[in-house]
Write a protein that binds this ligand. Structure first.
Ligand SMILES: Cc1cc2nc3c(=O)[nH]c(=O)nc-3n(C[C@H](O)[C@H](O)[C@H](O)COP(=O)(O)OP(=O)(O)OC[C@H]3O[C@@H](n4cnc5c(N)ncnc54)[C@H](O)[C@@H]3O)c2cc1C
Length: 439
């Protein structure tokens, strides 16, 4: 087993190529888009991403975490913006813990550059996969510039080709392949907050900003050029729905009603709102992830909604687990089998948590009771970090399997609510009490 065709040179594809090359495999990456190192990325398509512990762990193992963090902006908490423009801040974790805003394009370029350092990795751009033969490990590509078709046979195929994966598409036609895809009734649109006239950030750069508005919300992440990329998540239909906000008057009226403080910082609002697309948000679940000579990785086998900021982190963690399985089993087939068995429950868990978190972000983060809950939870974490961890901490700042983070986190959340309901907040300084309460 020597040669691998890797369909898709996105985040998961380029990282797994590095892991495989380190083990001596010959990897040919075929990517539909042009080489990102030579082209400008179109605006309005999830420009920046929150990178946290799992993703950093995966990058650390290939020696890229420091270089990625050098270009990242740490966000230590959420900054909530009320309709009136009042601010409320909640730290995400303990002192020194932060999630990191990274540019998708920069990160992808850094990964492709690292992959290039391995002589066993060959990168082919503008190559769109059109067909896959799972039994022989053969893929067919069309060069999107020249129209020339190419047949490529390898010992194995890995589909790192995203939520609408052509490799998975082929698997869907095999017997007993489980597959589901469901869209949220909200889409997303990206806008931009400019740097100030003296070239500084217009808001606190070390927070993830949230404007919770009930059935919809806006978030903003900082960029190294001192701008913020804002994303509005909103239903397609209804009074406050993308379908009904089209004219200049409608856009200005909507923005000034719900996001007045941010709108004042958006000199290109009308242009951005009208020209940036409305993206859709899909959850994809499927199984198995390996069939014959092909395996899936990243969004291709578990696309999730972005509300826990974990899609890429989860995809990067796939690479670590796949590598660990290769190390543990030596045998390729056994390793791929173990990889899918280990990852599937965790991919399902983070898919569920990401859907739940949409409700928390758009609805609850502005709610007084919820803010009080968060404060108590944070105080317990701060006082007794070795005894209690919140669900957010387990998901974001640890490498605990997502399925465990989901179960333990739900239990802890319930117990904190019970503690508040019984008026026992003043007892949280008592270590023995906390130990017993959460035992
Ligand atoms: C709005 C939004 C915000 C997000 N925010 C976060 C966040 O803050 N944190 C986080 O961890 N995750 C976030 N995510 C999720 C994250 O973007 C994905 O989980 C991540 O990109 C998955 O990586 P991937 O390599 O599996 O797929 P992709 O990044 O989609 O890469 C797939 C690659 O395959 C290529 N490809 C597709 N079809 C073909 C074909 N036929 N032939 C050849 N190549 C092909 C594509 O061009 C692409 O390069 C967000 C997603 C969205 C939509």
């Amino acid at each position: 087993m020597k040669s691998i065709t890797l369909v898709g040179g996105g985040l998961a594809g380029s990282l797994v190529a590095v892991y495989l090359a380190k083990r001596g495999y010959e990897v040919n990456i075929y990517e539909r888009r042009p080489d990102m190192r030579n082209v400008k990325i179109p605006a309005g398509r999830s420009i920046n991403l929150a990178l946290s512990a799992r993703g950093l762990n995966a990058l650390h193992k290939v020696g890229l975490d420091t270089a990625v963090l050098a270009k990242a902006i740490p966000m230590a908490g959420r900054m909530m913006h009320s309709k009136e423009g009042d601010l409320a801040y909640q730290p995400y974790g303990a002192e020194g813990q932060a999630i990191n805003s990274v540019s998708r394009a920069h990160l992808n370029v850094q990964l492709l550059q690292l992959a290039d350092e391995y002589e066993h990795v060959h990168q082919h751009f503008n190559m769109k996969c059109t067909q896959v033969d799972l039994e022989t490990g053969t893929c067919w590509f069309t060069n999107t510039e020249t129209g020339v078709h190419q047949e490529v046979k390898a010992d194995y195929v890995i589909g790192g080709d995203g939520a609408f994966s052509p490799v998975r598409d082929k698997m869907q036609r095999t017997n007993r392949f489980d597959y589901s895809q469901s869209y949220t009734n909200s889409g997303y649109k990206e806008l931009s907050i400019a740097a100030t006239e003296d070239g500084d950030f217009a808001m606190d750069p070390n927070s993830l900003h949230i404007w919770p508005r009930g059935s919809f919300m806006m978030i903003a992440l900082p960029n190294p050029d001192k701008t913020f990329t804002c994303t509005i998540f909103m239903p397609y239909e209804g009074e406050t729905g993308f379908d009904n906000i089209n004219t200049d008057e409608e856009i200005l009226s909507f923005m000034s009603t719900y996001f007045n403080d941010a709108m004042k910082l958006m000199p290109t609002l009308l242009e951005d709102f009208k020209s940036n697309p409305v993206g859709s948000l899909v959850t994809v679940r499927c199984y198995p992830w390996n069939i014959n000579k092909a395996t899936l990785i990243g969004d291709a086998c578990h696309a999730i909604v972005p509300f826990y900021g974990q899609g890429m982190n989860c995809a990067f963690e796939d690479c670590v687990v796949l590598d660990e399985c290769l190390e543990e089993f030596g045998d390729w087939e056994k390793a791929m089998q173990a990889y899918q068995v280990r990852r599937k429950p965790n991919a399902d868990a983070i898919a569920d948590l990401a859907l739940q978190n949409f409700i928390e972000m758009r609805d609850l983060v502005g709610d007084k009771d919820f803010l009080h809950y968060k404060k108590v939870e944070h105080d317990i974490c701060d006082l007794h970090p070795d005894v209690f961890q919140s669900q957010y901490e387990m998901v974001t700042f640890s490498n605990l399997p997502y399925s465990e983070a989901k179960t333990k986190g739900a239990r802890n959340t319930k117990l904190v609510y019970e503690l508040i309901a019984q008026g026992l907040e003043d007892k949280i300084t008592d270590r023995n009490f906390v130990k017993e309460w959460f035992a």
